[in-house]
Design a protein around this ligand. Sequence first.
Ligand code: HAM
Length: 423
Amino acid sequence: MAKTIQAIRGMNDCSPTESPLWQWVETQVREVLNSYGYSEVRMPIVESTPLFARAIGEVTDVVSKEMYTFWDNDEQLTLRPEGTAGCVRAAIEHGWIYNNEQRLWYMGPMFRHERPQKGRYRQFHQAGVEVFGIANPEIDAELIILTARLWKKLGIDQHVSLQLNSIGSLEARANYRSALVAFLEQHQALMSEEEKERLIKNPLRILDTKNQALQQVLDDAPKLLDYLDDESREHFAQLCALLDSVGIAYEINPKLVRGLDYYNKTVFEWVTSALGAQGTVCGGGRYDGLVEQLGGHAAPGVGFAMGLERLVLLVQEVNASIPLKSAVDIYLVYQGEGTALAAFQLAEKIRSALPQLGTMLHCSGGNFKKQFRRADKSGATLALVIGESEMLNNQVVVKHLQGGVEQQTLDIEKVIDYIQSQF
Ligand code: HAM
């Protein structure tokens, strides 16, 4: 036998038994986004490498360590590690935001070369939202309210909590950075080599260190909120007031800075303790300088992305009452001279009349016993049976596979009405 080839580490298949839950989660996401009037966009999975370096920042972990990058002749390309950069690129390229507001969403695979573990993969899926052209805190609040509605729909709202912070303007952050570095320089003895390097390249990332000794020291570090410019302070106060007014609870986390460089003002994360170490199910914030930085006319931006693997895991963990539908509702079995034709015709008739149901035709021969085993395995509610005598009498036997109802023989014209009455 030939040697088998396996999937790449950290890149998962979605099996036929897992896909109904994925589809259900994706449907809830789409329904919520549509109910807020947002429009779907689709961008390529591959973009030119400098886009990510410029948007996300050279010294971030994502760009410096985690990107899948390759040469295509003389052009360097990267599998997208996130969706914001590509969405902004597309918006500038097609004039989606010039003098205009846009509320957009996308869903699809992203790629980061991270160490795989539960909830962290090398190919993962995000549903993301990007809003352009609105500077008010109302839209920051809308995004958070929208996600809170989604958590309710998914049945996970009791298991996620909101962390909120403002990281202010570029200038405020530069002032804060100096104060933080001066403070941290006194504690270099506690730092790993990687943290010492961060102190030079990206000191704000030290705020979310996992190093416990350093975490304790950080409780006394200068706070970013104390360095905020007046405009950011006012924006943050208004956002908090809006969230209070609709009863959305949050914790202000002064150490929350996010791992991507484009943010300013609002940053937020929805976290859970039900998934172990990879507890952030959704993260986002404002990026008012990014459109201009990537060559567009200046326009404010704000958005978020959620990790679909983490949402699916969390739903599995905490919500036992999902109305998952089997792919097959009706299974048609047939045996005997000429019955295949009758079964094909009936199956097509049902699919035309009741396209919302999954109708499967047996197709692979064998006696009725074998066919019924398949029908049971398919998860269908009804089996329709056509043998030679049924065919000659223009009839069908209807059998309830989940039990409870007597099997009956119906005239073929009455079958559609009967099926309809059962779903
Ligand atoms: P991010 O925080 O890098 O932000 O990713 C958003 C979410 O994607 C995370 O909270 C997590 O749920 C999921 N995620 C990230 N990496 C992985 C991974 N390796 N495996 C599984 N899930 C993962 C962004 O990507 C920004 N573009 C969000 C944004 C949009 N900000 C403004 N607009």
